[in-house]
Design a protein around this ligand. Structure first.
Ligand SMILES: N[C@@H](CCC(=O)N[C@@H](CS)C(=O)NCC(=O)O)C(=O)O
Length: 200
């Protein structure tokens, strides 16, 4: 498999999962502005949507969208990372995955748009704060989003919550989330990912 990623972007979530699962993959860095891979290939020819992540499968197919890639990787990983096969646990995980993708991930959207006025950025911070309140209550003492079991959700939530540091949101307002970030961030595969992305 090939993971097309940009350091610190949402592609960090599948990056963490690949390393947690010990799956064989080739990381390929993408310059999102130039839409080029590190070796100069046209990234739009790989993912016509132009964003990361994309996962190049051994069949030659390319999978995009975090929610789909994370489910695919959970299935590939098996073991503790696997999606519960049936029952409400499976749908609870999918419920969270959808919430992270559509509410939290896209909730950060206006920050990435250079045309967003400062006043709208403030409104975005206020909206995200409500989501962080909810997340903090849901995680509680965790240790993870689903309780004892680390899942793809934690890789995704960790990646997104760290964006607070670059968008001037004081994560210290949510001590439960600070503790959660420390717990997830201390996992060896997460450290390995951050090192591989050149972030530590
Ligand atoms: N719907 C996509 C969105 C992915 C996304 O927002 N990627 C961002 C980085 S975090 C990106 O590549 N933005 C630049 C672009 O789309 O051109 C997903 O959930 O995977």
């Amino acid at each position: 498999m090939k993971l097309y990623f940009t350091p610190g972007a949402c592609s960090q979530a599948p990056h963490i999962v690949l390393r947690e699962a010990g799956l064989a993959f080739e990381p390929v860095m993408v310059d999102l502005k130039a839409k080029r891979t590190a070796s100069g290939d046209d990234y739009r020819a790989i993912n016509a949507k132009g964003g990361v992540p994309a996962l190049g499968l051994d069949t030659g197919e390319v999978l995009t969208e975090n929610a789909a890639i994370l489910q695919y990787l959970a299935d590939q990983a098996g073991g503790d990372l696997a999606l519960p096969e049936k029952g409400i646990e499976r749908y609870r995980l999918l419920e969270w995955l959808n919430y992270l993708a559509t509410e939290v991930h896209k909730g950060f959207g206006p920050f990435w748009n250079p045309a967003t006025p400062d006043s709208y950025k403030e409104a975005t911070r206020a909206q995200l704060a409500g989501k962080f309140d909810y997340l903090e209550r849901a995680i509680g003492d965790g240790p993870y989003l689903l309780g004892d079991r680390f899942s793809v959700l934690d890789a995704y939530a960790f990646t997104l919550l760290n964006w607070t540091r670059i968008h001037d949101i004081d994560i210290g307002r949510w001590p439960g989330l600070v503790a959660y970030l420390e717990r997830v961030g201390a996992r060896p595969a997460v450290q390995e990912t951050l090192r591989a992305e050149g972030l530590i």
